[in-house]
Design a protein around this ligand. Sequence first.
Ligand code: NAG
Ligand code: NAG
Ligand code: NAG
Ligand code: NAG
Ligand code: NAG
Ligand code: NAG
Ligand code: NAG
Length: 521
Amino acid sequence: MASTNLILLRTLISSVFCCLLIPYPVLANQNGDYVISIYQSRMLQDKTSKVNRSEAVAHMNEHLLKYEKEAEKAAKQNSQMLVLPEYCLYADIKDFNRRSIENFLEPVPDPAVTFPWTPCDIENATDDMVIQKRLSCMAKKNKIYIVANTGDRQSCNRTVDYGCPYDNRFQFNTNVVYAPNGTLISRYRKKHLYFEPYFNEPRVAEHGVFETPFGRFASIVCFDIYYEDTFNELIQRQNVRNILFLNLWFSLPPLFLSVPFHSSAAWGANINLISANIIVDSPGKEISFTIGGSGFYSATSGYSYRQTPGLLTETMSNLKPGSLSNFNRVPKRKTPAPPTNQNVTIFSVGLMKVNSVRLVDQKGLISVCKGEFCCALDYEFASQPNASVEYMLGATNFADGSRQYDAQACSLCVKHSDKMCEGLPVNEDVQFARFKHLRLFANLFKTPFLYPQVTVINGSSYRVLQQKMYYDSGEMSLTDTAPLHSMSLLGRIYPPHVSGTSHPIISRALIIGLVVFLSLS
Ligand SMILES: *[C@@H]1O[C@H](CO)[C@@H](O)[C@H](O)[C@H]1NC(C)=O
Ligand SMILES: *[C@@H]1O[C@H](CO)[C@@H](O)[C@H](O)[C@H]1NC(C)=O
Ligand SMILES: *[C@@H]1O[C@H](CO)[C@@H](O)[C@H](O)[C@H]1NC(C)=O
Ligand SMILES: *[C@@H]1O[C@H](CO)[C@@H](O)[C@H](O)[C@H]1NC(C)=O
Ligand SMILES: *[C@@H]1O[C@H](CO)[C@@H](O)[C@H](O)[C@H]1NC(C)=O
Ligand SMILES: *[C@@H]1O[C@H](CO)[C@@H](O)[C@H](O)[C@H]1NC(C)=O
Ligand SMILES: *[C@@H]1O[C@H](CO)[C@@H](O)[C@H](O)[C@H]1NC(C)=O
């Protein structure tokens, strides 16, 4: 037994070293440009999922008909790839459950096993591949890469597979990528579900990497962007610098607004992030959190984004493979002690509670704490703000024991008619104020994974500022601002790695420890 373990350990170690030492293949044209499109859909979420398979197919075909036209348009614009958002086939369904979603799913083969699989070329396509066939033909007909989010079902056997669900099938939220000849070249299953009890999570994070003649890409889905295994590890280990981000984003101001947060993720990780988001209208709901906001975010050459539905096309430049991220540990800072009689207002960002205080004076250096974590703001308004708005400085230090969502954050946002923190698109009733200067920082972030975000108003629209304009080593500093919508610095604390997965996360320290152990034994 012991010697078997030793061999296993040695194999493990050498394979880890291989990962560390073998350089990744670098494609000659990975430094070039490429043209890419996204389609931001808009849907009203009022349809039922209680339909049979042929009705489900008819439902999805209606959306596909629209996407086929967009694929043609994109190809005419010389676009090389079209990316469709998460739930692009059924975001208008309001009542999915595990059983009712089944008719919307098809088994998607693993291209690492079944290759080449080109459903467009299968003449006698069965009923359980009609949607995949249509996506494959969309790619082939327009000679363009098609990236779409679909639902994937795989039968399993509970006798042999311990994780197999009671209904003998896995259901996954799945991205597919079809090459311009119609062949399936990538399948990626969402790892971090967000209130989707009808789907299963894969046991370990899969990395949906694929090569094209114009660079290396990978796709992820929505909440995956908030996790280390599906985001940072994908980028660092697979050396991917073009991430296709299919999402249906819940915009929670001020920390998780789509465009500000997504752009800060692109900057932090130092990548190109292509975000295909979707606008979902919910009937009878006053506040919609699913307001879209799609775009192209480059860590080096800037952002373009839009809040309205439609086709967006952009030329992107490949980033240098192996370039380092902008995530760095930041130094401790001294924040002034808050006054003992401080008037603290508590508000929520999703599950997170934020302690906040009002900017009372024309200028000052103020602070607010949440437990040990303190945020400070040195500010001066350009002129006295309109009495209808109050600017609030907030501090968050979130840990709920599950360790899934932990984060620390400092934020500045507007309170207007009792509503804390305005969302986007811009509310024209709010008279946002300009600042002569602003400096935001915290006493101690426990994590290097910081997401700085600043959003200002431009007429009836908004603009998200590029981090290099104002961010340095844990501090955000701006002068003579446009009317300020919000400003925040979010520090993400990742969950600890679960041991016993098939991709153990092994630190260098542990490797050295093992090597010492083996050389001793
Ligand atoms: C599916 O439902 C529709 C409407 O109820 C019905 O007309 C159709 O025959 C059904 N199809 C099948 C294959 O059961
Ligand atoms: C399609 O027909 C061919 C030839 O009859 C057969 O080999 C193949 O398995 C069929 N494919 C499917 C998916 O039914
Ligand atoms: C599940 O696997 C067991 C053991 O291999 C086998 O006896 C059984 O028939 C399988 N069940 C199904 C539904 O395939
Ligand atoms: C289609 O293109 C892919 C990617 O270039 C290639 O690997 C695959 O073999 C091609 N498929 C067919 C059927 O030729
Ligand atoms: C405390 O702050 C809230 C929100 O800004 C305000 O409505 C309230 O009047 C303040 N109370 C005191 C005692 O200053
Ligand atoms: C303050 O804002 C209100 C609307 O919220 C507006 O009617 C009023 O004109 C503004 N006052 C000034 C001085 O801009
Ligand atoms: C402000 O918006 C206008 C159009 O409304 C646009 O032309 C201009 O470039 C924007 N300014 C900035 C700095 O983004």
